[in-house]
Ligand binder design. Sequence first.
Ligand code: FAD
Length: 587
Amino acid sequence: METANGTAGAATKINAGDAVLRVLEAWGVPRIYGMPGGSFDSMMNAIHNEKDRIDFIQVRHEEGGALAAAAEAKLTGRIGVCFGSSGPGAVHLLNGLYDAREDGVPMLALVGEVPQEFMNIDFFQAMDEEPMFADVAVFNRTATNAQGLPVLVDEAIRRAYKYNGVSVITIPKDLAWADIDDLPVATARNFRKPLPTPPHQDLIEEAVKLIESAKAPLLYFGMGAKGAHDELIEMSEKYKMPLTSTFPGKGIVEDGYPAYLQSAGRVATKTATEAQYMCDLMLWVGSDNPFGSKFVAPYTKIIQIDIDGAKLGKRFQPEVSVAIQADAKLALRAIIEAGSEQEAKPYYRGCLKSKQNWDEWIDSFKNDERTPLRPEPIFNIINEQMEDDDIFIPDVGNVDINFLRLAKIKPSNKWCVSGKHATMGFAVPGALAAKLEYPDSTVYSLSGDGGFAMLSEEILAQLKYHAPVINVVFSNQTLGFIEAEQLDDSHQPLSGVDLPDTDWAKVAEGYGALGFTVRTLDDARKAFAEARKADKASVIDVKLTGERPFDTRYMCFPETCKDPEQIKEFQDRLEAAPLKSLAYWIE
Ligand code: FAD
């Protein structure tokens, strides 16, 4: 018989659901996250039949499954796979699918549907699923025949990889029960990712001229520069450019590198924010940060490198000076080779001193015993224990600010976040995925008490699958990130941000995990040491100060602020007297 992909048939039969699982296996999918439901039973039968080839991870909420699959894709670069049954299961998936879409990672969602005879007649849990997924998906189809079902799933995977996006295949229950001809379907072995685009030499020369003639050149990079660690360092050393990155770009260059100032904005350091405002030329590499141009002065000249031509100039008005459509690594290598070594200019030397001053200020709190605890001593313990392969999954909120500034990681330490979708609840399911994928690494989820409450039930999955994640909850009874927005940005009364005091250690014990309550530095040392040794999931509930983190958008230094009262208030509230502005450090 002739199949949808035109191959000649064979007589042996296979169940259509099993054939779908074989396609996933051929594409190297090791596991699939989801929660069974009636309309997905035929596929659950296949998951049972294929259990020796692909692991089924039973999550306790489909959103947790979708977020775990998204985190897996972010950490590995491989497609993440999740599923939900028709109706509520499908609806629950959506948030995790949006997370994958926003951070541009490949994802496949298999969605259950009632048997065909009950479709479109207002049946129990039946809904028209295609319109619901139309916005989030790059490929979104309902299977219409059993023989074509595995072929459709194969196509869905190709599209997800091609567009770095989400494919959704809706499977009417009866189709996955049917027996079909067992034909070769998966095309994984022939699939190729696009080759890295080389840059045009004339644009490289234009870029070099601008870099060499700038007084204060800076290199800003994002996730598109992930494979370009050595080129970033060489650029910095040859042209004497400080490096800043997007928040997700943390870790591409080691935090300890003296010219890497981390990220600017709100999840930011003082040094990076000031350096970006004061540079006169920014080499912007592999970033699509929606806020990026807000943290650059309007007179700054921009050279942009991006593999996607549609991203060039997107975040700037009216235009960038030199727009280079190319792979970051190739373009940076070409720039390195085309120019000559530069002398360190006052701006570069000032940035290095400013970073040192910032690091010393942060270090001055690292053994602070005051209670409720500050974040610095907690991250100091994490840093002291850190191994090169430790993995971190921060949630969304003030924990991002603290993780960015205080965790001292290297390129070998993997981590990921819900970057653009910025959904709370990412950390616990994300850490489940990380521990399943990298069982020999110590994996931390880092949440506030807001985000932790959202999907902490996935600790049950961590326990079920023997994934001893260390789940840290920084609890201070407030949605701190939003509290700061209400106070500092919109100057409104605090509204709806307070959270009840909760005993998260007891909640953990109720789940069957280890629970630790940390009120003092001593408690913290003991809890982290025990959790690292433990062979099951743990929760460390750190009772944290409610003090707002240093906000780099509202800094007050004598060199930049005229009002002595404001300077004093800033220095007193943040104990920031030892901190000097970048202007102070530039000779
Ligand atoms: P992406 O958006 O994924 O962009 C990557 C770019 O690289 C794309 O344009 C792509 O086309 C390109 N690319 C891909 N491959 C290549 C290649 N080989 N060569 C060249 N180009 C390539 N971030 C901050 O920086 N500051 C903040 O203050 C901040 N606040 C945040 C607050 C919260 C609560 C959260 C959760 C996140 C925050 N973020 C912040 C993160 C921010 O929202 C975005 O996630 C982030 O800026 C996007 O990072 P990116 O540009 O590196 O990655």
